[in-house]
Design a binder for this molecule. Structure first.
Ligand SMILES: [Zn+2]
Length: 63
């Protein structure tokens, strides 16, 4: 299985390759695709769809 292209970021706003930018609040409003977890089951990377182009975006979940 081929993993989706991931653009990880920890800084806000989150920018998509299409030019869309999302503040943290705007990011929370995007459709959630899932969360990748580490071996302990803690959320590590959150995946959402860009509302403008539909690309899969990812941010590292902060503690
Ligand atoms: Zn986009």
């Amino acid at each position: 299985m081929t993993p989706p292209r991931i653009l990880a970021a920890v800084a806000w706003p989150k920018a998509c390759g299409c030019g869309a930018r999302y503040s943290r609040e705007e990011w929370e409003a995007l459709r959630t695709l899932g969360v990748q977890r580490d071996r302990d089951g803690n959320p590590e990377i959150e995946l959402r769809n860009c509302a403008a182009c539909g690309s899969t975006l990812a941010v590292v979940v902060e503690g």
